[in-house]
Write a protein that binds this ligand. Structure first.
Ligand SMILES: [Zn+2]
Length: 254
């Protein structure tokens, strides 16, 4: 069974770093960049052209790029040739090696240089509120908004059985254990507002309902995004905005 994308990418980084170094180590590729890949003299017209065989280190680099989500063979080849041409590409191998040394925080499961991470060990952040997100990049997004001063919990994916992500791949149990240890008053569900995110939120909600803890569970509000125009919005967004409307004024006493 495939692991969640975030974990897979981290695991693949080490390999890629090695492969980039290997491909760059071949001086001959710099000196004779394309000569080796042109058609060969023994090829006869009318005969099927044999598949171009790249040198092994280059082929490994292409295969390593191909393992990334959304990268096909063509793009992988383009990236690999770019690496060969780029005099600074050695830095890429270094950067990849550095990034693959990144670990996960044992509390919130975010990527971090330390365990616990800087967010979990910041005494100025409220430990009684936990915001639950799918991926580390969601933590970055919320932090950029400068609007939240509680703690986080990263699920490391969203429920998506057809893509191989099931409950056991997510950190739901760790969240329940965190809550059961006490000191948490509110859990805010902030999974993506799509079908996988919705299914994930339901899963977390069910798990927290069974947890031995007194908790308020909330979810991020949905509706009209700031800076948008009503006429261009998807009808689902307008429906959510109507359901989640906010009271501005109640009738006063008669
Ligand atoms: Zn943490």
């Amino acid at each position: 069974m495939a692991a969640p994308a975030a974990l897979r990418s981290l695991r693949g980084l080490n390999d890629l770093s090695e492969v980039v170094s290997g491909a760059l180590g071949r001086e001959s590729l710099h000196l004779r960049p394309f000569a080796a890949f042109r058609s060969r003299p023994h090829e006869q017209p009318g005969l099927a052209r044999p598949r171009v065989a790249y040198p092994k280190p280059l082929e490994r680099l292409i295969a390593a790029f191909e393992r990334f989500p959304g990268i096909g063979r063509r793009t992988a080849e383009r990236l690999a040739f770019h690496v060969l041409r780029d005099p600074e590409a050695g830095e890429l191998a270094e950067a990849i090696r550095g990034a693959s040394a990144t670990r996960r925080c044992g509390q919130c499961h975010n990527v971090s240089e330390s365990d616990p991470c800087a967010l979990c060990s910041d005494p100025a952040r409220d430990p009684a509120t936990i915001l639950v997100v799918e991926e580390p990049r969601d933590v970055e997004a919320v932090e950029r908004a400068l609007a939240y001063r509680g703690r986080y919990h990263v699920l490391l994916g969203a429920l998506n059985p057809s893509m191989g992500t099931e409950e056991r791949h997510l950190t739901v149990r760790a969240l329940v254990a965190r809550v059961e240890r006490g000191g948490v008053r509110e859990v805010i569900l902030a999974t993506d507002p799509d079908s996988e995110g919705e299914a994930t939120a339901q899963l977390v909600l069910g798990a927290l309902d069974r947890a031995r803890a007194q908790l308020t569970i909330t979810r991020l509000a949905r509706g009209v995004p700031a800076g948008s125009a009503l006429e261009y919005l998807h009808r689902g967004v307008i429906e959510d905005a109507l359901k989640g409307r906010v009271s501005l004024r109640q009738p006063g006493p008669a």
